[in-house]
Design a protein around this ligand. Structure first.
Ligand SMILES: Cc1cc2nc3c(=O)[nH]c(=O)nc-3n(C[C@H](O)[C@H](O)[C@H](O)COP(=O)(O)OP(=O)(O)OC[C@H]3O[C@@H](n4cnc5c(N)ncnc54)[C@H](O)[C@@H]3O)c2cc1C
Length: 403
């Protein structure tokens, strides 16, 4: 290890931590910055298990951080990828109204996206819909040409390389176990070393609330893990879809509903759903971590959230255990999808922040405490927005840390 005393320690080498660290060292080349991650490789959790979509910014409440960060982030990400030879494809996306009831909902969504400044959004009828996606069902759709696909692990690798070229240190296999403020330094312990930093930026994703707690901060939220399960469409049947096909989302939930996602490598995924996970890194149905589960169920907000959303929760659980029901949800969008098309199940786990009143935090949440900045909520479209979120954090750090 090169040194043990830093100005800033970023905890978490997911896409948000790396985007932040890269931009910090771009702007302040003389500051000593370290990124710590508990895994042996970068981007092993949400970033490495996401859908790989470059979102355009349609869904989000006008005026929210998600709406503005996604819109800007989409453009910045593409500019970065053009400059740094990270492949991506602007394949476009359809959000489909399957029945008459859903038509006013997509019209409202179209208005929302347009109000958010998203360019090129178009409401299209059945004929044009079928030209774009010959196997899709539906009466009307939103066509979003500024939605694309990418591999966010590759993006994260590019951020990490730039950070290291700027002189930053990346310490993997370094789970942060304790943080203690002594005089003007924060002592950060991992299993095999202690380093110090004047300031901490907490980008620990599924563990962000726990890192804040280790710093003695009660930040009023709990991260509750929601697993998103998906299937890969059999390699011989990827021509079922050309790009991205989404349903009309439930406006009360932060998830987009099961959809078809073409990946940048040409494979196609169907899903993800959203079921409560019994472990923060619960990638399989069998995953259980008693400590994580107790942590979830002892938070009063969890029960208030369950009381509000139990019907949706049960329906998602049912779809999780009943593959036929999963298939039926997909057949609403693409009727020709068959059981034999659904192969190789996989999953990602979302870090869903919940407040004490049981509200699911829908927007990004980034707060300051003494000597620290905490990213408490960075759900989708966090990867699309990573450069903008990182720049926002650097702006906060400039004032809070007097850089
Ligand atoms: C299923 C799914 C699909 C998604 N689809 C999309 C999409 O298509 N487009 C999009 O824009 N966004 C999408 N998102 C959201 C996007 O993936 C996240 O916004 C983004 O990855 C968050 O990055 P992060 O760096 O905050 O978290 P993470 O990637 O989870 O990184 C956190 C890091 O912190 C580390 N860590 C945790 N605790 C410690 C500790 N104690 N010590 C050291 N290290 C620690 C972890 O190992 C991890 O590497 C999706 C998310 C999921 C889960």
């Amino acid at each position: 290890m090169k040194q043990t005393n830093y100005d800033i320690a970023v905890i978490g080498a997911g896409i948000i931590g790396l985007a932040t660290a890269m931009q910090l060292t771009d702007k302040y080349p003389s500051s000593r910055v370290v990124v710590l991650d508990k895994e042996k490789a970068i981007a092993e959790h949400q970033t490495g298990h996401n859908s790989g979509v470059i979102h355009a910014g349609i869904y989000y409440k006008p005026g929210s951080a998600k709406a503005s960060f996604c819109y800007t982030g989409n453009k910045e990400l593409r500019r970065f990828c053009d400059k740094n030879s990270v492949p991506y494809k602007m394949c476009g996306k359809l959000i489909i109204a399957i029945n008459d009831n859903e038509i006013p909902m997509i019209e409202e969504l179209h208005k929302r996206g347009t109000d958010n400044g998203v360019k090129g959004l178009k409401l299209i009828g059945k004929e044009e819909l079928l030209e774009k996606e010959p196997n899709a069902a539906g009466l009307k759709a939103i066509w979003s040409p500024n939605t694309g696909i990418i591999d966010y692990k590759k993006v994260s690798t590019a951020y990490a390389e730039k950070f290291k070229n700027n002189g930053g240190d990346l310490l993997l296999d370094s789970a942060v176990l304790s943080l203690e403020q002594k005089n003007k330094e924060i002592y950060i312990d991992t299993h095999d070393k202690t380093i110090t930093a004047k300031h901490v930026i907490n980008c620990a994703g599924l563990h962000a609330d726990q890192i804040a707690n280790l710093m003695g901060q009660d930040v009023g939220i709990r991260i509750v893990p929601f697993r998103g399960e998906y299937y890969s469409i059999d390699a011989t049947r990827t021509n079922l879809v050309n790009g991205l096909i989404y349903p009309v989302p439930d406006p009360a939930m932060p998830f987009l509903g099961v959809h078809f996602t073409t990946r940048i490598d040409g494979s196609v995924e169907a899903g993800p759903n959203a079921v409560l996970a019994f472990a923060r890194e619960g990638y399989s149905k069998m995953s259980l971590n008693i400590r994580d589960l107790i942590n979830t169920v002892t938070f009063p907000g969890f029960w208030k959230m369950s009381a509000k959303h139990w019907k949706t929760g049960l329906s998602e659980q049912y779809r999780s255990i009943n593959k036929k029901h999963f298939l039926e949800s997909l057949q609403r969008l693409v009727p020709d999808t068959k059981m034999s098309d659904l192969t190789s199940p996989g999953a990602g786990v979302r870090a869903q922040a919940i407040d004490r009143s049981g509200n699911l935090l829908q927007d990004f949440s980034i707060i300051e405490t003494e000597n620290a900045i905490h990213v408490l909520s960075a759900p989708s479209p966090g990867a699309t927005s990573s450069l903008t979120i990182g720049r926002h954090i650097v702006g906060l750090a400039q004032h809070a840390f007097e850089l």
